[in-house]
Design a protein around this ligand. Structure first.
Ligand code: MBD
Ligand code: FE
Length: 302
């Protein structure tokens, strides 16, 4: 079809709408339908290909993989870059970079003051201690800030989604102390891979891509009056460090992993060798006329 004929059809569809409904939804859906009509025309998409795609999305939804797909197709990282841009325009730059939340957060993790142990002692991974401070953009420590942390086990799996792990394994919320300090003891995580038999992997195969993430630890860091930070740190040395299927690795989020032992582990109840990461988080003050940094999205809760 020529473009005029397509546009006439789009016009007819738009004209079928009353003044009811939601203007924002109308604007977005009409635009997406227009873009897809043009795509179908330009690429001569065949009916069987269209139905394959539609059923693919339905199946991906049924198996709970749409969040994974959003990460793997780069949408989640793109949304981050757009938030960065909005902040840069408002003069917010530097500080701890944000990076994607991913689909595996679970609300309701146990809350500790200052320090927490995330593992239950059964994970064979190397003992990890991570510690640091939460700071404001002026470099002053933020007392009683909230550090929510979650990560995968030695097999790259997350509790709740992996029913073989205890509830809230490797998930905690930690309040910083009066000097803005947090610390936790855990085990060094292993990188996640998308389910090999799942719908996301099926598409990645078609795209000639892998579904691996480098080892990482997720954080939400928040304090009243400050913009909530959603970020991750990566475990340096992972072969996928700069080859993440979700494009989430960023400069400034790859802290050194030191090997420590002996008395250094005492404050954290650790004997023997352990990996030690020092990392401070810097938050920006909330400002008017900026898109919120607290993202509303459906999340698991236990
Ligand atoms: C993860 O652990 C993750 O962080 C992302 C973004 C996608 C899938 C699994
Ligand atoms: Fe993750």
């Amino acid at each position: 079809m020529n473009k005029q004929a397509i546009d006439a059809l789009l016009q007819k569809i738009n004209d079928s709408a009353t003044s009811e409904g939601n203007p924002r939804t109308k604007e977005i859906v009409n635009r997406i339908v227009q873009d897809l009509f043009y795509t179908i025309e330009d690429l001569d998409v065949q009916p069987a290909e269209f139905w394959t795609a539609l059923n693919y999305l339905g199946d991906a939804g049924k198996s709970g993989e749409l969040g994974l797909l959003a990460a793997g197709l780069g949408f989640e990282h793109f949304l981050d870059l757009r938030l960065d841009e909005a902040e840069a325009k408002a003069g917010i730059e530097g500080g701890t970079p944000r990076t994607i939340e991913g689909p595996l957060y679970v609300a309701g993790a146990p809350l500790s003051d200052g320090h927490a142990r995330l593992d239950d002692g059964t994970d064979p991974g190397q003992t990890l201690v991570m510690r640091g401070r939460v700071l404001g953009e002026d470099g002053k420590p933020l007392a009683h800030a909230l550090v929510e942390v979650w990560h995968a086990n030695h097999l790259g799996n997350y509790s709740y989604f992996d029913q073989s792990q205890p509830a809230f394994n490797l998930r905690r919320s930690i309040r910083t102390d009066a000097e803005g300090r947090y610390s936790f003891r855990s085990v060094v995580p292993v990188g996640y891979s998308v389910p090999p038999q799942g719908k996301t992997q099926q598409l990645l195969d078609q795209l000639g891509r892998h579904g691996h993430r480098p080892a990482h630890i997720h954080f939400f860091v928040s304090s009243p009056g400050f913009r909530k930070l959603t970020t991750q740190i990566n475990i340096d040395g992972d072969p996928y460090l700069w080859d993440d299927f979700a494009f989430a690795t960023r400069d400034g989020l790859v802290p050194a992993v030191k090997q420590a032992e002996g008395a250094e582990g005492k404050p954290y109840g650790v004997d023997g060798n352990f990996a030690l990461i020092d990392f401070d988080f810097t938050l920006f003050k909330e400002r008017e006329n900026l898109p919120g940094a607290e993202i509303e999205r459906l999340r698991a809760a236990a």
